[in-house]
Design a protein. Structure first.
Length: 386
């Protein structure tokens, strides 16, 4: 290890940084230096015990001179910026890290980016969590002649995040009202293939406790702007579904704000590190390339089928309209607008991915959602299937 190269990881305790760190630790080929805002966190202390150098850094006020000092002698840098913790400082921070990489003569910069929502939607939606990353990506590309190798990765929603934030919830059949009450008249069917003309109205008042508790106990959601949750009064908030559910039938629902006709890209978070490691190992192959990692493209119905097979339970997908989903986050609309982006511009997103420079060069086959569900170590903390 004395002659090993240093890999510096920003946001090392985040999903992507931690995945890369674990892959590097398993390889035993590199010295790892990680930057985090909280050196006293459990994850930071665990990594320190494993021999990782952890540096506490105020990302919102990380000046160029300080970054130059910390990146000195690093071979490669993995940068993952986070709008939800950095807010309006995200672009400035990203630009400073890029400039520090140039000043420190870093050989390889790998940046985790996202497509520009403003361009894709032609100005209808602007997602700062997407577009800030795009701005940093464009800045990096403007410096292409000053860094030997640059690579970009696109990481979608993780299987682990899906299971943590949108786990199946047991539904009591009494919450279905067989009447003509219509506060919302959505035609989104639970199962697009069903031919039944029987409609049930799901009363979202039953979601008061269950969904609230999931978001309230998810540590990753305790970031800037989303740490003050409120319980919503869903009285008379009923949405029309074509459920094809029998009376007294026990079932579970996935409370996902994904329209039934749309699909979402998914990946295994544990494989993010595998991809970045390969990029580090093969800089020539991945130089000036954008790599999109995904193992599955699924709609809510397909997700529910996979979960039903895994747990041998009757699990359905219930589309929660984003205007209801939004109420959990007070005035901050970023998360709900991400689902608006997916729901309203699903076709355009897929076309953007297909027409972009995104390619699949990596020499491993990403796991599908069904592959992921076969793992023995899946953590399903919030699911109540008994």
């Amino acid at each position: 290890m004395n002659n090993s190269k240093i890999i510096s990881i920003f946001n090392i305790t985040g999903i992507q940084g931690l995945s890369l760190c674990n892959t590097l630790l398993n390889s035993k080929k590199y010295i790892i230096k990680g930057f985090t805002k909280d050196i006293d966190s459990i994850q930071s202390k665990t990594l320190i015990k494993k021999g990782v150098e952890i540096v506490q850094l105020n990302f919102k006020n990380a000046k160029l001179e300080l970054l130059n000092k910390h990146l000195h002698n690093s071979h490669a840098v993995f940068l993952d910026t986070d709008y939800f913790s950095l807010g309006n400082n995200e672009v400035e921070f990203g630009v400073n890290v890029v400039d520090a990489c140039i000043a420190s003569n870093i050989s390889h910069l790998i940046y985790s980016t996202l497509p520009c929502s403003n361009l894709i939607t032609k100005g209808v939606l602007t997602l700062n969590s997407f577009d800030n990353k795009y701005k940093i990506e464009q800045y990096i590309k403007s410096k292409i002649d000053q860094i030997k190798y640059i690579s970009f990765i696109y990481i979608p929603f993780g299987y682990q995040n899906l299971m943590q934030y949108f786990p199946p919830l047991k539904i009591n059949i009494k919450n279905f009202q067989y009447d003509n009450h219509k506060n919302f008249n959505f035609s989104n069917c639970l199962n697009p293939s069903t031919k039944s003309e029987k409609y049930d109205y799901f009363d979202f008042s039953s979601m008061n406790t269950s969904i609230f508790n999931i978001f309230n106990t998810a540590n990753e959601l305790s970031f800037n702007g989303f740490n003050n949750y409120k319980k919503i009064n869903f009285t008379n908030t009923k949405i029309k579904y074509n459920t094809n559910i029998k009376d007294n039938e026990e079932f579970f629902s996935i409370p996902l704000p994904l329209n039934v006709n749309n699909s979402i890209y998914l990946c295994d978070n544990d494989e993010i590190g595998t991809l970045i490691f390969e990029i580090i190992e093969k800089p020539n192959e991945y130089n000036n390339k954008s790599i999109f990692l995904y193992g599955s493209i699924m709609n809510g119905h397909e997700i529910s089928i996979s979960l039903s097979k895994k747990f041998n339970k009757n699990i359905k997908h219930f589309y929660i309209p984003t205007e209801i989903f939004q109420q959990f986050f007070n005035s901050n609309t970023e998360i709900s607008n991400i689902f608006n982006f997916i729901n309203l511009f699903n076709i355009q997103i897929k076309e953007n991915i297909k027409n972009s420079e995104t390619i699949s060069l990596f020499n491993f086959k990403p796991s599908t959602f069904d592959d992921y569900l076969k793992k023995d170590n899946i953590e399903i903390k919030s699911i109540n299937l008994n």
